[in-house]
Design a protein around this ligand. Structure first.
Ligand code: ATP
Length: 233
C-alpha cells in the first residue's frame, strides 16, 4: 500500500533521513521505532508531504506521491493523527469529530462512524458536549485518533504520543481493533518500542536516519540488539 524507496530528507545542511526504504502492506500494522532524533517524525512528515524528500520515492498504491501537496495526500486516503494537543479546544468533542468528516458527504455513514467511535471510546461519548480542551492528555489523543478516523482513511499514520504506558497500551489495543474491524492499515511511529512491537505485525528500527533492522515484530522483540538498545532488557 505504501512504499518508501531510498528516501533522503534534509533540513538545510542537516540530513535527517538516509536512503530510507520501507513498506506497509494493506491490512498490516507496521511500526517504526528509534531513539530521540532518529528521524521518526521526519519519516511521517515526508509521507504526508510536509518535508518532501530531496531524493527517493514515496509510492501509495503504486503511485508516486512525493512532491504532492499535503492536502492532496490526505484526499488519497493517508491520514496522520494530529497530536492530541492539536484538537480544537473550544469545540465540543462531537464538533471535533464532525470536523474530521469534512470531506465526506455520506451523512448516514458519518453518523454510523461517530456511534462506532463512541463505542470504542466511551469516555468521548460521555464528554461529547464538553469542549475538547477540557479533556485530559490521553483523552485528547483518543479524540485526535477518532477525528482522523472520521475521514475514513485507508492508511492511518500514528505519531508517537509521549503518553503514560498505561494509556498508550489502551490506545494501542483500540488501534488493533480498528485495524481488524475497519480494515484500516496502520503505520505506528512510537518511542515506546516495547508497546509498539507488541501491537504491530512488523517493524523497522531507525538509527541516525537509517533503517538498521527490520522484521516481524515478534522477532524484533526477541532480538538481542533491540532488547539492549530499546527495550531496556
Ligand atoms: P523524537 O523521538 O525526539 O521526536 P524523531 O525520531 O522523531 O525524534 P526527528 O524529529 O525526525 O526525529 O529528527 C531527525 C533529525 O532531524 C534530528 O537530528 C533533528 O535534530 C533534525 N531536525 C528535525 N527537525 C528539524 C528542523 N526543522 N531543522 C533542522 N533539523 C531538524
Amino acid at each position: 500500500m505504501l512504499e518508501l524507496r531510498g528516501v533522503n530528507v534534509f533540513y538545510g545542511a542537516v540530513q535527517a533521513l538516509r536512503e530510507v526504504s520501507l513498506r506497509v502492506d494493506e491490512g498490516e500494522i507496521v511500526t517504526l521505532i528509534g531513539a530521540n532524533g532518529a528521524g521518526k517524525s521526519t519519516t511521517l512528515m515526508a509521507i504526508s508531504g510536509i518535508v518532501p524528500p530531496r531524493r527517493g520515492e514515496i509510492l501509495f498504491e503504486g503511485r508516486p506521491i512525493h512532491g504532492l501537496a499535503p492536502d492532496r495526500i490526505v484526499r488519497l486516503g493517508i491520514c496522520q493523527v494530529p497530536e492530541g494537543r492539536r484538537i480544537f479546544p473550544e469545540l465540543t468533542v462531537a464538533e471535533n469529530l464532525d470536523m474530521g468528516a469534512f470531506l465526506r458527504r455520506d451523512r448516514q455513514g458519518i453518523e454510523r462512524d461517530r456511534e462506532e467511535l463512541y463505542e470504542l471510546f466511551p469516555i468521548l461519548h460521555q464528554r461529547r458536549h464538553q469542549p475538547g480542551g477540557n479533556l485530559s492528555g490521553g483523552e485528547q489523543q483518543m479524540l485526535a485518533i477518532s477525528r482522523a478516523l472520521m475521514a475514513r482513511p485507508r492508511l492511518l499514520d500514528e505519531p508517537s504520543m509521549g503518553l503514560a504506558p498505561l494509556i498508550t497500551r489502551q490506545i494501542f489495543e483500540i488501534i488493533k481493533t480498528i485495524n481488524r474491524e475497519r480494515n484500516t492499515t496502520v503505520f505506528l511511529v512510537e518511542q515506546n518500542a516495547n508497546l509498539a512491537l507488541q501491537t504491530a505485525d512488523r517493524g523497522y528500527v531507525l538509527e541516525n536516519g537509517r533503517i538498521v533492522l527490520q522484521g516481524q515484530a515478534e522477532a524484533l522483540l526477541n532480538n538481542e540488539n533491540v532488547q539492549k538498545a530499546y527495550l531496556g532488557i
